[in-house]
Design a protein around this ligand. Structure first.
Ligand code: ZN
Length: 282
C-alpha cells in the first residue's frame, strides 16, 4: 500500500479497534514540531510507521487514535520535551512541511496537532481543578469529580473577499512580510452569527458596508486551533478607512493591478483570491 492510499478520504474515529492493528502511522509532536523521516520510506511517506510508537525510540505520552484508511491506522502522540529524534529523523514545524506532505496528509497533521495541543492543556478540570480522565467514546476529557466535559477547542474566524466590479479589496496587516497584502479576516465573537462577524470585521478594519455575503469554503487552520470560514461580499457603500494599527493599508486591486506579494497557496485566502481572479481575468 502506498501513502497516497492513506491520504485519500479519511475514516475518522475516536476509539481504536480491538486486536492487532498492524503497522500504524504516527503523527508525533514535540511542542509544535512533527517527527518526520529525512527521506521517503518504502510506503512513499515521510511520517514514521511502527506497530507501536515505542519502536521508534522516543519517549512519549498520551496517544490518540485518529482513524484509518484502507486498514492503515493513524495515531497522534506527544513526544517528551527535550528528547532527540533518532538517526534519519527530524522535527519540523507544520508550516515548513507544507509541500512535503500531500494536501490531505497535511490536513490530517493539522487535525492531529489540534488534538495533541488540546490534550496538553486539559489535564485538569477548568471548573474544580480535579484531574480529568478521557471520555470512553468521545474526543473529550471528563472531570472525575464534577463531570465537566472538555472538548478540543475550535476557534472560528471569518475571511472575506470584498468585490466591486472587477476589483477586490486587499489589506496590509502590520505583521505581514514586506509587500504582502491579503483579504480581510478576524475571529468570530461569542454569540455572533458568521454574517454578523463578516460585516463587523469589514466595518472595523476598512470602514466599508457590504451586501450579498456569500459562503465560499472553509479550512481548518491548526495554528493552533482556528477554523477559517471563507466568504465573498459585495461592496455596498463607504470609502476605505484603515485603523492604522492592525491594518496599515488597504486598496482595490484587480487582475492587472496586483500587489508585490499575495498569501501562500497553503491558505484559504489565496484560494479565494485565485478563484476571484479566474472569474475576473485581466
Ligand atoms: Zn471538575
Amino acid at each position: 500500500m502506498n501513502w497516497e492510499a492513506i491520504a485519500a478520504p479519511f475514516q475518522h474515529a475516536v476509539v481504536a479497534p480491538e486486536g492487532d492493528l498492524g503497522e500504524c502511522v504516527f503523527f508525533a509532536f514535540q511542542g509544535d514540531r512533527l517527527l518526520v523521516s529525512m527521506e521517503r520510506q518504502d510506503h512513499g511517506g515521510i511520517l514514521p510507521r511502527a506497530r507501536v510508537f515505542d519502536e521508534i525510540g522516543m519517549p512519549c505520552r498520551d496517544p490518540h487514535y485518529l482513524g484509518s484508511h484502507n486498514g492503515v491506522h493513524c495515531f497522534t502522540i506527544d513526544i517528551d520535551d527535550g528528547a532527540e529524534p533518532p538517526a534519519g529523523m527530524a522535527l519540523h514545524g507544520l508550516r515548513m512541511l507544507y509541500g512535503s506532505l500531500d494536501e490531505p496528509t497535511f490536513q490530517l497533521a493539522g487535525r492531529a496537532f489540534q488534538i495533541v495541543n488540546w490534550d496538553r492543556t486539559h489535564h485538569f478540570c477548568g471548573r474544580c481543578g480535579t484531574a480529568a480522565d478521557y471520555h470512553e467514546s468521545d474526543r473529550a476529557r471528563q472531570c472525575s469529580s464534577c463531570g465537566l466535559l472538555s472538548f478540543p477547542r475550535v476557534s472560528p474566524a471569518v475571511i472575506i473577499l470584498i468585490h466591486r466590479g472587477d476589483e477586490f479589496l486587499l489589506a496590509r496587516n502590520g505583521r505581514f512580510p514586506q509587500g504582502r497584502y491579503s483579504i480581510i479576516a478576524g475571529f468570530v465573537e461569542a454569540g455572533e452569527a458568521l454574517e454578523e462577524a463578516v460585516a463587523r470585521e469589514i466595518h472595523e478594519e476598512v470602514g466599508l458596508e457590504v451586501t450579498d455575503i456569500t459562503y465560499h469554503s472553509s479550512q481548518p487552520w491548526p495554528f493552533p486551533h482556528s477554523l477559517m470560514i471563507g466568504f465573498t461580499a459585495a461592496w455596498q457603500s463607504g470609502d476605505i478607512k484603515v485603523d492604522g494599527e492592525e491594518i496599515v493599508d488597504a486598496d482595490w486591486f484587480s487582475a492587472d493591478h496586483l500587489p508585490e506579494s499575495l498569501p501562500d497557496g497553503i491558505s484559504i485566502s489565496r484560494r479565494i483570491i485565485d478563484d476571484f481572479l479566474a472569474r475576473h481575468p485581466a
